[in-house]
Design a protein around this ligand. Structure first.
Ligand SMILES: Nc1ncnc2c1ncn2[C@@H]1O[C@H](COP(=O)(O)OP(=O)(O)OP(=O)(O)O)[C@@H](O)[C@H]1O
Ligand SMILES: C[C@@](O)(CCOP(=O)(O)OP(=O)(O)O)CC(=O)O
Length: 358
């Protein structure tokens, strides 16, 4: 079992080579760029769309970025005669989602073509938010090569809804918006990555396989068939307000409880879908039990879990409890025949970065 441990802040780590992109100070048009974008993990999940072409959600969601010490997407793009897309070392036919982004750029720059090379430093399409960091990187790169009006998060959202949350740093809110065209369905930073320096994230990789039901298809089926989803839509906004306050106060027990409740609800809604969608496996359920056992021993919430559309657990805690929690996960789930193959430890991370030489 590989255990990756990083303690340096990603800003210090990357500052020699990369600078955070300041979209307020419109960057100059470039011919070639390399960007790095973070993975974001939702603590209030996005699950369900009101518009499938524009990826407009039924409700708002809230996420944190992981520091880019070990998990991130790196995308290099340059203006070229033809459009070429190379992902994780393989040239691929651009997907419909990719076309949505490039077509949006071509509305302002009709002749634009790009040669793109991208890779993720972690498993792709395995419920670890590769589409989020991947499309955020693509949107940033395209916008730097071909400046357009509009928000970068709007462009990223066309690729994958959750990608819009990887275009800002720290704690990020994606507001659902009400406009038909989605102009107001954009993300914004609530608090920077420096707001809660003690917060730690432990990604427990349970399975690196591509998931059987992609998020897009899963949420489509949920919206069509789940009655529990109707209930979820009614109270998510209140939960967002409560967790925003918990983040403002750096109140871990409250933050952790809301995070776990929201993950549980999203997966309950998936099971209420017909036919049901089960993203969690036995190991996921054992990790859930282990976190609740730990919290009841401590008499308060000191660890929290959340799961995207897959069995991989993402745990939150504060620095003071990290060693104990990590040791517990290691002794129960890692080692010979262990069910957690990798542990990746992160802090809260900043937003997209641009290679200094670009
Ligand atoms: N670096 C990248 N650049 C462009 N597109 C990417 C990149 N990485 C992943 N993608 C796209 O995202 C798809 C995977 O999205 P999917 O939602 O199925 O998985 P995930 O994002 O890993 O999981 P989840 O959203 O549940 O956390 C890939 O098949 C690919 O089309
Ligand atoms: C479970 C989730 O990770 C679902 C993410 O869904 P996607 O953003 O991948 O879906 P599309 O918009 O169809 O591309 C929860 C979340 O990140 O909020």
């Amino acid at each position: 079992m590989k255990t990756k441990l990083f303690y340096r802040s990603n800003r210090q780590h990357l500052s020699a080579m990369f600078n955070e992109i300041d979209w307020n100070n419109t960057p100059k048009e470039k011919d070639e760029v390399t960007v790095r974008t973070p993975v974001n993990i939702a603590v209030i999940k996005y699950w369900g769309k009101r518009d499938e072409k524009l990826n407009l959600p039924l409700h708002s969601s809230l996420s944190v970025n992981l520091s880019m010490d070990s998990m991130y997407t790196e995308t290099s793009a340059r203006k070229s005669k033809d459009t070429v897309f190379c992902i994780n070392g393989k040239i691929e036919v651009p997907t419909k989602r990719f076309d949505r982004l490039i077509n949006k750029i071509r509305a302002d720059h009709p002749e634009s073509n790009v040669d793109i090379t991208t890779h993720n430093t972690f498993p792709t399409a395995a419920g670890l938010a590769s589409s989020a960091s991947g499309y955020a990187a693509l949107a940033c790169a395209l916008k730097l090569l071909y400046p357009t009006s509009g928000n970068v998060s709007e462009l990223a959202r066309l690729g994958s809804g959750s990608a819009c949350r990887s275009t800002a740093g720290g704690f990020v809110l994606w507001e659902k918006g009400v406009e038909e065209g989605g102009k107001d369905s954009v993300s914004r930073q609530l608090y920077s990555e420096d707001h809660w320096p003690e917060l730690r994230i432990l990604v427990c990789v349970v399975c690196k396989d591509e998931k059987a039901v992609p998020s897009t298809a899963g949420m489509q089926s949920t919206v069509q068939t789940s009655s529990l989803m109707k209930h979820r839509v009614l109270h998510v906004q209140q939960r967002i307000e409560q967790i925003t306050e918990a983040i403002r106060l750096r109140d871990f027990p409250k933050f952790g409880e809301i995070t776990m409740r929201d993950s549980n609800e999203m997966h309950a809604v998936c099971l209420d879908t017909y036919p049901p969608i089960a993203y969690l496996n036995d190991t996921s359920h054992q990790i859930i039990r282990s976190v609740h056992e730990y919290n009841s021993e401590k008499g308060e919430v000191r660890a929290a879990y959340t799961f995207d559309a897959g069995p991989n657990a993402v745990l939150f805690c504060e620095e003071k409890d990290l060693f104990e929690i990590r040791d517990r996960i290691k002794s129960k789930f890692c080692g010979e025949g262990g069910r957690v193959s990798e542990l990746v430890e992160c802090k809260i991370g900043c937003g997209p970065m641009l290679r200094a030489s670009s």
